[in-house]
Design a binder for this molecule. Structure first.
Ligand code: 5GP
Ligand code: ZN
Length: 111
């Protein structure tokens, strides 16, 4: 399977890893949409968060725990966490990933 996030998770594409606990890794988004924009992903391939939750609900919890850890390390006073599911919602990489964004104000509803 040709999945860019699998390659990053397994070290086949070198990136600056911000977190690696054996189950979950985190790295900077290539095209940041905020001063802090980090992607937190399971090492195991699942096409979206719903599939991940069905197979491994504890890993979904771990993604959010890592997001909080990274937000705290950066002393973010607020942050937004997002999973996009499906092209119409903006998903472009079909390996589940949690966006952690912070360092600016966000509007609601999300665009
Ligand atoms: P999605 O649109 O699927 O919710 O988010 C995919 C994200 O992955 C986008 O924000 C995009 O900038 C980022 N991205 C795509 N390819 C790469 C890559 O090769 N390296 C990194 N670090 N980020 C990537
Ligand atoms: Zn993958």
């Amino acid at each position: 399977m040709d999945c860019i996030f699998c390659k990053i998770a397994h070290g086949e594409i070198p990136v600056d890893l911000l977190h690696d606990d054996g189950t979950v890794v985190a790295f900077h988004d290539l095209a940041p949409q905020a001063p802090t924009h980090i992607l937190i992903i399971p090492k195991e391939h699942h096409a979206n968060v719903g599939n991940l939750a069905a197979a491994s609900p504890e890993t979904v919890g771990r993604l959010f725990a890592v997001a909080q850890l990274l937000a705290d390390e950066r002393s973010l006073d607020g942050h937004r966490t997002v999973f996009n599911t499906g092209e119409s919602a903006g998903q472009s990489v079909f390996h589940a990933h949690l966006h952690l964004m912070g360092g600016r104000s966000f509007t609601w509803p999300a665009g």
